[in-house]
Design a protein around this ligand. Structure first.
Ligand SMILES: Nc1ncnc2c1ncn2[C@@H]1O[C@H](COP(=O)(O)OS(=O)(=O)O)[C@@H](OP(=O)(O)O)[C@H]1O
Length: 330
């Protein structure tokens, strides 16, 4: 049974958008979504209605500080995992005993590291408090590079960009939307959803343009943007975590390495530990998503269980066509 509108997660509800947002929407290309009822194309990328309102609001009001760290991801690329890593990394001196009283044991990573456009700038009450957060402030976003608030581009804040093989990111998103089974979504069969995804019509899609925007900028501005891949986090976690620590300006000391701090962070943030915590098995974010929806199987290559050879070839062909030319491959 589709969920009724009144129990639809808040971030997917289309009522209560501002007049400014409604006026803009009337001028934008629109598609029926496979996550929410509608997607709107703004600055070349597709957004759900409420997210669009948050995008406009944070473009207008967000003041980035030089010390800020922004986690940017394509949806379903491992955002939850990277939030946990980065939070644990930055707070390792405050919470040296990782398996006692650590906030990650009792709070979902999305609560600890909020989304700019989905959480903070969709809730006017939270915005003034942003100035009182001790530095470095840690936020996340799915915004494409072209849509980042100007202050993010102009400041010396750091951007950590995470992406994932589109085949796995697509399957993860498809499961997520099917679990929600939204009223008004029109394309929840694997075939229809894939068709939309391949045409770029997906959350913050086109997927490939999103990656390309940050890939190019990471080459031009390596001190500002670090590009990470889900597959690398899986394959070589300590190496990637150390790189991340160096990039955000808090490298591990030799003593920390010897004491096993890196291993502790990796263990605390592992799929096995996080997904089995009471807090992540029950409960919801204030935006309405159930915590458990962020933990499905956490594997590389799960797409092979769902996509046909033809589907795989199609996705790989688009990736090669759009990114191969720029030296980027999954
Ligand atoms: N700790 C940890 N380790 C490894 N993998 C993890 C972890 N936490 C979440 N996941 C997997 O990440 C996928 C969800 O992606 P996101 O967190 O980016 O979702 S969201 O965009 O924030 O909604 C989703 O991938 P799939 O399992 O393939 O669906 C999650 O299972």
């Amino acid at each position: 049974m589709p969920q009724a509108n009144n129990i639809m997660p808040k971030y997917l509800q289309e009522s209560e958008v501002s007049q400014e947002c409604k006026d803009l929407i009337a001028t934008l290309p629109m598609e029926k979504g496979w996550l929410a009822s509608h997607l709107h194309q703004y600055q070349g990328f597709w957004h759900i209605t409420r997210q669009l309102q948050g995008v406009l609001s944070c473009q207008k009001h967000f003041n980035a500080l030089n010390s800020d760290i922004l986690i940017v991801t394509t949806p379903k690329s491992g955002t939850t995992w990277l939030k946990a890593w980065t939070f644990a990394l930055l707070n390792r001196h405050k919470y040296p005993k990782m398996f006692e009283n650590h906030p990650l044991l009792t709070k979902n990573p999305h609560f600890l590291v909020p989304f700019l456009e989905l959480d903070l700038y969709n809730d006017k009450d939270l915005v003034p408090n942003l100035n009182s957060i001790p530095s470095p402030r840690l936020f996340s976003t799915h915004l494409p590079y072209v849509s980042l608030p100007k202050s993010v581009i102009d400041s010396d804040c750091k951007i950590v960009y995470l992406c994932r093989d589109p085949k796995d990111a697509f399957i993860s998103l498809w499961h997520f939307t099917n679990e929600l089974k939204m009223e008004g979504t029109c394309a929840n069969s694997l075939e229809d959803s894939l068709e939309k995804f391949c045409n770029g019509v997906s959350l913050c899609g086109p997927f490939w343009d999103h990656v390309l925007g940050y890939w190019k900028e990471s080459l031009d501005q390596p001190k500002k943007i670090m590009l990470m891949r889900y597959e690398e986090m899986k394959k070589n976690p300590s190496f990637v975590l150390k790189e991340l620590a160096r990039f955000v300006g808090c490298p591990f000391s030799k003593e920390e390495e010897d004491e096993g701090v890196i291993d502790d962070i990796l263990k605390l943030c592992s799929f096995k530990i996080l997904s089995n915590l009471e807090v992540n098995k029950k409960g919801k974010l204030s935006s309405g998503e159930e915590h458990r929806a962020f933990f499905r199987c956490g594997k590389v290559g799960d797409f092979k269980n769902y996509l046909t050879i033809e589907m795989i070839e199609k996705l790989d062909m688009i990736t090669e066509k759009k990114l191969g030319h720029y030296g980027f491959r999954f």
